[in-house]
Write a protein that binds this ligand. Structure first.
Ligand code: IMP
Ligand code: MG
Length: 205
């Protein structure tokens, strides 16, 4: 799903969201329900592509945890309601590369022991994070690696990385919610929203 640069979004007044974020957000870019519905379809596409292979889901924390949990849930439900039972293992790595809304050069990877077939990620911004992670996973020579990311940003970055599956292509905006953070805030917001200047200043470090 492409969200165009001139998409005005939805007014925050049309939805509910935590009171402690009143005044910090510009608008709702993607409501929670649409995120979940789109994720269900990604799960179906993934199921179709992996055939009879078992999968190891590698969730990229922290921002990917909501997407990963919902994706796994949908894969489980689809698998239960079909003839094919897919065995799934889940593992986690933690990456950190952002300071305020700026991508940092150095990146830390923490955790993860069983790196294999599938990764669940929150957002591909510049694509830098994903490339570093893939370089690390490829050392383990998995049979297949597929990357699923909820969002892909249209950045001007020339080395733009494209995941195998993604939910939405969005404008080059800093977004929060559905586990995506701004300095650890806004993860507890259900919808994906655009933060305003007041919010940026309030939570700047
Ligand atoms: P990249 O290296 O620029 O692709 O950044 C990827 C990582 O940065 C993601 O996994 C996110 O955790 C974080 N990130 C990038 N863009 C955003 C955003 O708009 N909001 C919140 N986090 C973001
Ligand atoms: Mg972050």
């Amino acid at each position: 799903i492409q969200i165009s640069d001139n998409w005005p979004g939805y007014s925050l007044d049309l939805f509910t969201y935590p009171q402690h974020y009143y005044g910090d957000l510009e608008y709702v870019l993607i409501p929670h329900g649409i995120i979940v519905d789109r994720t269900e379809r990604l799960a179906k596409d993934i199921m179709q592509d992996i055939g009879d292979n078992d999968i190891v889901v590698l969730c990229v924390l922290k921002g990917g945890y909501k997407f990963c949990a919902d994706l796994v849930e949908h894969i489980k439900n689809l698998s239960r309601n079909s003839e094919r039972f897919i065995s799934m293992k889940v593992d986690f790595v933690r990456l950190k590369s952002y300071h305020n809304d700026q991508s940092m050069q150095d990146m830390q990877i923490m955790g993860g022991d069983d790196l294999s077939k599938l990764t669940g990620k929150d957002i591909v911004g510049t694509g830098r994070t994903m490339k570093v992670l893939l370089n690390n996973i490829e050392k383990y020579k998995p049979k297949m690696i597929k990357v699923a990311s909820l969002l892909v940003k249209r950045t001007s970055q020339p080395d733009g990385y494209r995941p195998d599956y993604y939910g939405f292509e969005i404008p080059d905006l800093f977004v929060v919610g559905y586990a995506l953070d701004y300095n650890e805030h806004f993860r507890d917001l259900n919808h994906i929203c655009v933060i305003n200047d007041h919010g940026k200043t309030k939570y700047r470090v």
